[in-house]
Design a binder for this molecule. Structure first.
Ligand SMILES: [Zn+2]
Length: 372
């Protein structure tokens, strides 16, 4: 079977403009497991697009060798709307410049509609319940009528991923170690991916706030399992957001390495024929609510006292901010213990600037857990 390419075209914001999303399909579309992978939902994050693009080449090769046992779909660039946004010569792809909304928030929560559809139909057969819920999810999404290009894009991307067994949404941070975000029910299924990619942090939250893409897909399963606790409801869709290091970590070398790790994960899942040895995990999962986000108490020039990947303890100085008028140095210290795994790519701090994240083991935060 050859690679199936489907493209979806939708109207842009202004008159006369259009955008296109490409969906590449490998293997029998009816086969399971189905793994869906997308890059560039935040359109100014290159690593995911590079990895997805190279992964598509690897999958084309695997398909030519008749090694596909399951189904893989790849969206190499998920956000053509964001790809077309520029501000004063710089690419701007995280927020919709029209209204400031983050492209990875505000996905529809289909839990209530699906619960209504399946309440009287769920039985004692877990596999049959998964089938019913998938069917109801697809039907509930089909009834939505998105208005405008950003919500049309959200609706389309969600539709591509909704019935998949595993979904990988490829992103990056400013500067970062490899890490990923997932939900409690999906940790076990995604642990092999984290090990293969060499993740230094795996951050877990049931609900992180704002309904990002991965949680809109995985969330209903956990919510339905809790609501209908007398019925077996296995996790039908294990999802995660992979942060492929930092914004500048874009190269064919890194893209090939990360695509090879994902390909190995597909072998591990039985989607591709073969056998692999799983490496040792480099970290244990930690609660997203335990991830400390350092912020700048004053404005000034930013200088880091520790490198990314360092294990810091409470009281350790992570960053210093130098006042431009007085030269006074303000230290910013960790208050938790864990791996310093992400920081911004810029070194001029305004008051309140996010200075970095530390993967602490004890949950202490409440409310929205993600950056804006
Ligand atoms: Zn992102």
């Amino acid at each position: 079977m050859s690679v199936l390419e489907k493209s979806f075209t939708f109207a842009g914001r202004g008159p006369g403009s259009r955008h296109e999303v490409l969906n590449l399909s490998f293997g029998d579309p009816a086969a399971r497991p189905h793994v869906h992978i997308q890059g560039g939902l935040h359109a100014d994050e290159g690593p995911g697009m590079m990895t997805a693009r190279i992964l598509a080449d690897f999958l084309t090769q695997a398909e030519a060798e008749a090694r596909l046992r399951g189904h893989v779909t790849v969206v190499p660039f998920a956000n053509p709307l964001g790809l077309s946004q520029f501000l004063h010569g710089d690419h701007s792809g995280r927020f919709d410049l029209y209204d400031g909304r983050n492209f990875n928030r505000d996905y529809p929560d289909l839990t209530e509609e699906v619960a209504r559809r399946v309440a009287s139909r769920l039985g004692d057969n877990g596999a049959e319940n998964v089938r019913l819920i998938r069917e109801a999810l697809v039907a509930a999404l089909a009834e939505k009528r998105p208005i405008g290009p950003a919500d049309t894009l959200r609706h389309h991307l969600m539709g591509l991923a909704l019935a998949a067994d595993v979904v990988l949404d490829l992103h990056c941070d400013g500067e970062a170690e490899m890490h990923l975000y997932t939900q409690p029910a999906a940790v076990e299924r995604l642990a092999p991916l984290a090990a293969l990619l060499g993740c230094r942090a795996v951050l877990v939250a049931e609900i992180s706030g704002g309904n990002p893409f991965d949680e809109a897909l995985g969330g209903p399963w956990a919510a339905l399992a809790a609501r209908f606790s007398g019925r077996p409801i296995p996790l039908g869709c294990a999802t995660c957001t992979v942060e492929l290091r930092g914004r500048s970590d874009v190269s064919r070398t890194l893209g090939s390495k990360d695509a090879a790790a994902i390909l190995d994960y597909l072998v591990h899942l039985g989607v591709i024929e073969g056998a692999i040895d799983l490496p040792e995990a480099l970290c244990e999962p930690t609660p997203l609510a335990g991830s400390e986000a350092l912020s700048a108490p004053v404005a000034g020039l930013l200088s880091y006292a520790v490198e990314l990947g360092t294990h810091v303890a409470p009281g350790d100085v992570v960053a210093e901010i130098i006042d431009l008028v007085s030269g006074q140095v303000t230290s910013v210290a960790a208050s938790t213990s864990g791996i310093f795994y992400a920081r911004p790519a810029t070194r001029i701090a305004e008051v309140g600037k996010r200075l970095g994240k530390i993967a602490g083991t004890a949950a202490f935060r409440h409310g929205p857990l993600l950056s804006p």
